[in-house]
Design a protein around this ligand. Structure first.
Ligand SMILES: [Zn+2]
Length: 526
């Protein structure tokens, strides 16, 4: 018999959220942190909504890129990937990430059997065959290019001249899946956010899908990678192997309990990726899944590129700032805030240290921190630190409470549609309203009038006004703390603690009355 807790957890919607797995030839940069933070915000949002969430991150280690980086550093590949993978995993603490699992494709015992099984499943569908191949290969991208896809003979992503490669490879029969894929995207079976990217994908499919090479010669890969089942001369192409991580981490090929819960039977299977790898996720991956008889992702959420001071991030540009240092300086929430609000969730964006500091000082410490400080100090000063009972019918007439009531739905709607920037815009608009409300209502004037009035009736009236406005302000803080919970988790916890309780579920107003608050130290110290 299932226990009560188990049947409860089974009845909640299972949601699966993943980040792409980065190459570990270098340390994490701020552009990758954007993706981690977006996926984390989504996973936290689902958890707070009561879903049964599995959030996966990891590292892509079987690539030629890593082989070259290790050769350059003069160390074994295994040592290089081990060292850099640790730095990616360490983002969890630095950025307050909540991934439940972290898979490393070179060492994780779950991965290789799963990647082999995926290969075998595609062989059984008749979708894998061997042929001679001549092509232009960019190691930076780990992919072949057609001459017309290059800019003046150079890789459009890396601005380098690709290598000419002649070898015999295994191919995947992608051409077979064109019609099925266009149907999938035309009918929204798999949703791509933003919709403009779906149109790009449909255009690719329409222009014709060619079979693609899914193995490399073991010699060229210096023996690094997963050998092709039944052909030790070849290793599985790193993208085929890497994409498999989304299911091998759930036990595909090694044990299926998590696989059925978070993949086959999940309500949502969502991949957060950068725009540069849309083709792999929107075309190759679904075709591989169809071939293997597995379910498709439900959504592919695509973000843009982050530049630093207007320039593409790269070691040579000297602008690859360390996200861990940024988070250490002003806190994880400060960096999460900048990335989630000041970079449009599905567009390109720019990071500048100046604006990062500015956003911290004026928007976090200034607008939110200041609001919390003013409201909590007044409750301490005028109400003995206890959230007062508002006068009767206060809620019907109070303009701030109307905004408070509308906020949760707006924030949830924006997060659900992968628009974290808009969610934060909505929250900050309530913060601005609440700050304005303080100046207009002047609670200190009501307090002074109540204290100095000799007339009992008018003193009571002033006190009712004071209690009404402080109650509304406390309600706005509670709603803000709840709204930022998936986005700025640490600030949310601190603010809730100051408000003497937990997030609001259902009606915030009633749960607030009589709570003892703590003004304490500022939310965002300057
Ligand atoms: Zn490239």
């Amino acid at each position: 018999m299932p226990t009560a807790a188990a049947s409860r957890s089974n009845s909640r919607s299972p949601s699966y959220v993943t980040t792409a797995i980065p190459y570990v030839n270098d340390v994490p940069h701020v552009g990758f942190v954007l993706e981690m933070v977006q996926a984390d915000a989504l996973a936290r949002f689902y958890r707070l909504s009561g879903n049964d969430v599995r959030f996966l991150a990891g590292t892509d280690e079987n690539s030629l890129k890593n082989v070259h980086a290790a050769e350059l550093a003069g160390i074994p590949v295994a040592a290089l990937v081990e060292r850099n993978a640790a730095r990616f995993r360490a983002l969890r603490e630095s950025l307050e990430l909540s991934f439940d699992d972290f898979i490393r494709t070179s060492t994780d015992a779950r991965h290789r059997p799963g990647a082999e099984r995926l290969w075998t499943a595609c062989v059984e569908s008749g979708d894998i065959y061997k042929r001679a191949y001549h092509g232009l290969y960019c190691t930076g991208c780990e992919q072949f290019y057609k001459p017309d896809e290059l800019d003046d003979g150079r890789c459009p992503e890396h601005d380098t001249v690709p290598d000419e490669i002649d070898e015999e490879n295994w191919f995947f029969r992608l051409s077979k899946y064109g019609d099925r894929l266009s149907e999938i995207y035309a009918h929204g079976e798999v949703e791509i956010v933003p919709a403009s990217r779906r149109n790009v994908v449909l255009a690719w499919i329409k222009s014709g899908l060619e079979d693609f090479s899914i193995s490399r010669s073991a010699a060229r890969a210096r023996g690094w990678g997963i050998p092709v089942p039944g052909d030790s001369e070849q290793v599985i192409y790193v993208w085929f192997d890497a994409l498999a991580n989304y299911i091998t981490a759930l036990g595909y090929g090694t044990g299926e309990a998590l696989l059925s819960r978070y993949w086959t039977d999940a309500t949502s299977r969502e991949h957060v990726i950068g725009k540069g790898i849309t083709r792999f996720h929107a075309i190759y991956w679904p075709a591989m899944l169809l071939s293997a008889g597995l379910r498709l992702p439900t959504r592919i959420l695509v973000h843009g590129y982050v530049t630093v001071d207007g320039r593409k991030i790269g070691k040579s540009a000297g602008n690859a700032i360390d996200p861990i240092a940024l988070a250490a300086e002003l806190g994880a929430d400060a960096l999460r805030y900048y990335l989630l609000r000041h970079i449009r969730s599905t567009g390109d964006g720019d990071f500048s240290y100046e604006r990062f500091r500015q956003a911290y000082e004026s928007e976090l410490a200034g607008q939110l921190g200041n609001l919390a400080h003013r409201v909590l100090s007044m409750i301490e000063l005028y109400c003995g630190g206890v959230i007062p009972t508002p006068p009767e019918r206060h809620a019907e007439n109070d303009r701030l409470l109307r905004g408070v009531a509308e906020l949760p739905g707006m924030v949830a709607g924006h997060i659900r549609t992968f628009a974290f920037d808009r969610a934060l815009d909505a929250i900050w608009s309530l913060i601005a309203d609440a700050n304005r409300y303080v100046s207009e209502e002047e609670p200190w004037a009501s307090a002074k009038a109540a204290a100095s009035s000799r007339n009992r009736e008018s003193a009571a009236e002033c006190e009712a006004k004071l209690h009404g406005s402080l109650f509304s302000l406390a309600a706005s803080l509670l709603t803000i703390a709840t709204g930022i919970a998936p986005l700025l988790p640490r600030a949310s916890r601190k603010l809730l603690d100051k408000l003497g309780g937990t997030r609001c579920q259902g009606e915030p107003q009633k749960s607030l009355i009589g709570r003892r608050i703590k003004a304490g130290v500022p939310l965002f110290p300057k």
